[in-house]
Design a protein around this ligand. Structure first.
Ligand code: NI
Length: 159
């Protein structure tokens, strides 16, 4: 396992669409392990592969509920409600802003064994899932911020 370098806002790769994963390989499994390690090192609750410079549709999430989620080729299949709250991103260090997103989501994805599953989330988990899925389409939360982006240390809410 290794900690990888996190790409920062301004790096063109963060605006690019990531590509679907077709098969699991040793290299991709290693990438997933490294993504978790890199996320924990940055005190984040989620990370997309593109944030470590790999344009594959892979995200990892741990919102501190004791569960590690790996989502490959994720698709948001249902959303409900609305929540407004602070959001941050490991690719936009030291900043935070208010973002409105659905309160509840369901996401279909493959796990690291390439088996399909569905995950439902609300609150922070929903926010994190949507934030990471946005990364796979080259979108950053800063474009959704209401009002000003402010200086903040969000710690575990960064994604
Ligand atoms: Ni992010």
């Amino acid at each position: 396992m290794a900690i990888r370098q996190i790409r920062k806002i301004g790096d063109e790769i963060l605006t690019k669409e990531s590509k679907p994963v077709k098969e699991m390989t040793e290299r991709t499994l290693e990438l997933i392990e490294d993504m978790f390690e890199t996320m924990y090192e940055g005190n984040g609750c989620g990370l997309a592969a593109v944030q470590v410079g790999v344009r594959k549709r892979i995200i990892v999430i741990d919102v501190d509920d004791g569960n590690q989620y790996v989502l490959i080729n994720p698709e948001v299949v249902w959303t409900d409600g609305s929540q407004t709250g602070p959001e941050g991103c490991l690719s936009v260090p030291g900043k935070s802003g208010q973002v409105t997103r659905p309160e509840r989501v369901r996401v279909k994805a493959l796990n690291e064994k390439m088996e399909e599953y569905e995950i439902g989330g609300e609150g922070l988990l929903a926010r994190c899932l949507l934030h990471e899925c946005d990364h796979l389409d080259g979108r950053l939360y800063v474009d959704l911020v209401e009002g000003e982006l402010t200086d903040a240390d969000l710690g575990e809410d960064e994604a």
